[in-house]
Write a protein that binds this ligand. Structure first.
Ligand SMILES: [Zn+2]
Length: 563
C-alpha cells in the first residue's frame, strides 16, 4: 500500500478516555499476570494507532505548511497531545503498582518498568495547559522559519533553498548569501528571542511544578536518558575540547592552504577551491542509484529500500512551503517508516538520504519488537544507526559523486570530526540557559560567544553582524524544539566512527553487529545497546581519544590538494 492510501483519521479523545477507564479497572482486578499482559498489549495497539495518526498529521503539514486542511489536522493532534499523555499516564500509574512487576520485568526486560518510572516523573495533570503552550511556541518557531522568504540576487528562496550559495566556489557569493540569510534572522531576531525566552521560562515553570530545581533533570528524563547524567556529559564535552579542538585547528590550517586564502572567515566553509563535491544527476536518478546501492549492500537493506520506493515513503526534494530540515518518522500501526528531506543539489542530499535511511532501516528492522516503546531507542542510540549508515554506504559513493568521490569522503570525515565541537557547544549552551532561566536574550548571546571561543576558536564572522553579536544559535531548531537533543549526535558520532574503523577491518562482522543493533530497536538503554553492538562507550576514559586518533591519522594521510 502506498503512503497516500494508508488510513488516517482523527481519534476521539473521550472514547479513548472511556476505553482506558475500562482497561484500568480490568488491569487492577486481573487475577493473573497473563491477563495483565494482554491488557498492556491492547493499550499498546491503541497507542500505536494514535502515534501513527499524529505522525501522519505532522508529516502532511511539514510537506505543505500553507495547506489549511493539513494545518487543521496537525493542530488537532497538537491540541489533544496533553490529554493523551494524561490518559497514558493513568495507565502507567497502575502498571507501576502491579503486583506482578517481577513477572512483567521478566517478560519484557527491566527497561519496561524503568521507562514507565521515568515517564511518570515527567508528567502531572497540573502541567497539561503548560504543555499545550509549549507546543504552540514550538509551532511558532516552525511557522516563522519555514515561511522565511529571502530575496537573493533577484530571486526568492527559503532557508534550505539558499543553502547551495553558502558553499559556492565564489567567495563573494558565499558571503553575500550569508548576508541575506543573516539579514532575515536579524529582522526576525526579536520574535525569535521572544519565542525562546517564553519557552525557557515555561520549561522552567513546568520543571518546578513537578518538583525539580530547574529544567535540566526533567530535560534528561524527557530524552529518556536513564544511565548517565549531566556530569558524564560535561566530562565528554571536556574530552572534545582536549582531543578534537586541536585537530580541527589543524584542519583549518590545511584548508587555508587548499583554498589559497590567508585567513578563513565563517563563510569560507567550502573544502575545495572549486567548491564542494556535488551529486551527479537529478533527484530521480539519485534515488535509483540509492536503490541499486541498498540492494547490493545487503538483502535486508534491499528489501527495505524497495519498499520505501514502491510505497512512496519518501519526500526528498526541497520546494516552497516545505518545512526545512530532514527527519525520519514512523507509523507503528502500519510497521512503516517515512523519510523527509530537502534536496537542494549539494552533497548534503546524499548524506541526509543515507542518514535518514539509517533511521528508517532501524525502525523497519525493529518493527516486530513487542512494545511501542521498544520501536525507537533514545536519540543518542538512534543516531548511531543513521550516522553509521552514512559510512556503511561509502563503497557506493562513486555512483553518486563520480570523479569527486574522494573529495566527498574527505569532506565527510573532516566535517563529521569538525562537527563534534559544535555539537558540544550547543549542548553546553543549553545547560547554561536552563541553569539561568532568567537571563536576558542579550546575556544568552553573550554566553554563546564565550562558549564559541572555547569550542570553535577559529570562527571569525568578519563583518556579518548577526552572528557576530551571538545570535547564530537561533537557526538551530533543536534548541527550540527538543531541548538537550544535540549531544546525542556527538555521542553517536563517536560510535559511528568506531563502525567506520571496524568496517575497514572486517566489513562482514561490522555489518552483522550493526544489524543486531538495529533489530534491538529501543529494547535496551543506550549503554547496553552500545555494548550489544560491540562498541566502546563514549563516556569511557580514552574512548574518544583513541577514535579521534584513528580518524586524525586517516586525514593526515590524505592530501586534499591532490584529490
Ligand atoms: Zn538523525
Amino acid at each position: 500500500m502506498k503512503y497516500s492510501e494508508l488510513k488516517y483519521e482523527r481519534i476521539n479523545v473521550e472514547k479513548r478516555r472511556q476505553l482506558m477507564n475500562e482497561n484500568l479497572e480490568k488491569f487492577s482486578n486481573a487475577e493473573s499476570v497473563e491477563n495483565q499482559i494482554n491488557i498492556i498489549l491492547d493499550v499498546n495497539e491503541q497507542n500505536k494507532e494514535y502515534h501513527s495518526y499524529a505522525a501522519m498529521a505532522s508529516l502532511n503539514f511539514s510537506g505543505d505548511i500553507n495547506n489549511e486542511e493539513a494545518k487543521a489536522e496537525k493542530d488537532f493532534y497538537d491540541s489533544i497531545g496533553p490529554d493523551m499523555t494524561e490518559i497514558n499516564d493513568s495507565f502507567e500509574k497502575v502498571v507501576n503498582q502491579s503486583k506482578y512487576k517481577n513477572e512483567l520485568s521478566k517478560k519484557w526486560g527491566e527497561k519496561f518498568l524503568s521507562d514507565i518510572e521515568t515517564s511518570l516523573k515527567t508528567f502531572d495533570p497540573k502541567i497539561k495547559e503548560m504543555l499545550r503552550d509549549e507546543t504552540n511556541l514550538r509551532n511558532e518557531y516552525t511557522k516563522l522559519t519555514a515561511g522565511a522568504k529571502i530575496y537573493y540576487d533577484g530571486e526568492e528562496y527559503n532557508l534550505a533553498g539558499l543553502g547551495p550559495f553558502h558553499s559556492n566556489e565564489n567567495r563573494t557569493v558565499r558571503k553575500t548569501s550569508y548576508e541575506a540569510r543573516f539579514d532575515w534572522f536579524e529582522n526576525n531576531s526579536e520574535t525569535l528571542d521572544d519565542i525562546y525566552d517564553k519557552l525557557v521560562k515555561l520549561r522552567h515553570r513546568i520543571a518546578t511544578s513537578l518538583g525539580y530545581d530547574n529544567f535540566i533533570e526533567l530535560g534528561y528524563m524527557r530524552m529518556g536518558r536513564s544511565d548517565y547524567g549531566p556530569n558524564e556529559v560535561a566530562n565528554f564535552r571536556k574530552q572534545i575540547v582536549d582531543h578534537v579542538v586541536p585537530i580541527v585547528k589543524k584542519l583549518v590550517q590545511k584548508k587555508k592552504d587548499i583554498l589559497g586564502l590567508d585567513h578563513l572567515y565563517f563563510y569560507d566553509g567550502i573544502n575545495f577551491k572549486e567548491g564542494d563535491p556535488k551529486p551527479k544527476g537529478s533527484p530521480d536518478h539519485l534515488i535509483k542509484e540509492a536503490q541499486v546501492m541498498y540492494r547490493e549492500l545487503s538483502k535486508e537493506t534491499g528489501d527495505f529500500f524497495d519498499m520505501m520506493v514502491e510505497e512512496e515513503l519518501m519526500d526528498l526534494v526541497n520546494r516552497k512551503g516545505k518545512r526545512p530540515g530532514g527527519f525520519c518518522t514512523s507509523f507503528p500501526k502500519y510497521d512503516r517508516p517515512y523519510i523527509f528531506s530537502n534536496f537542494n543539489g549539494t552533497d548534503q542530499d546524499i548524506t541526509v538520504l543515507t542518514h535518514e535511511a539509517g533511521h528508517a532501516f532501524q525502525c523497519y528492522s525493529s518493527r516486530k519488537q513487542p512494545l511501542l516503546g521498544y520501536l525507537w531507542p533514545t536519540m543518542e542510540a538512534a543516531e548511531i544507526h543513521s550516522m553509521s549508515m552514512e559510512f556503511f554506504t561509502w563503497p557506493w559513493m562513486q555512483n553518486f559523486f563520480k570523479e569527486e568521490t574522494d573529495r566527498f569522503k574527505y569532506k565527510h570525515i573532516a566535517g563529521s570530526l569538525s562537527f563534534l565541537p559544535y555539537g558540544a557547544c550547543v549542548d553546553h549552551f543549553q545547560h547554561w540557559v536552563y541553569e539561568n532561566p532568567q537571563a536576558a536574550p542579550k546575556e544568552r548571546n553573550q554566553r554563546w560567544l564565550e562558549l564559541e571561543s572555547i569550542y570553535l576558536p577559529n570562527r571569525d564572522y568578519d563583518d556579518l553582524h548577526f552572528p557576530k553579536t551571538g545570535g547564530i544559535w537561533q537557526g538551530q531548531l533543536h534548541i527550540y524544539q527538543v531541548p538537550f537533543y544535540y549531544i546525542d549526535y556527538t555521542l553517536a558520532q563517536t560510535c559511528a566512527f568506531q563502525f567506520w574503523i571496524k568496517n575497514q577491518q572486517d566489513s562482514q562482522k561490522a555489518w552483522k553487529d550493526y544489524v543486531r543493533l538495529c533489530n534491538a530497536g529501543g529494547s535496551q538503554s543506550f549503554t547496553k545497546l552500545v555494548s550489544l553492538a560491540g562498541l566502546e562507550l563514549p563516556f569511557n576514559d580514552g574512548c574518544l581519544a583513541t577514535v579521534v586518533k584513528h580518524v586524525g591519522q586517516w586525514l593526515d594521510k590524505v592530501d586534499p590538494k591532490k584529490l
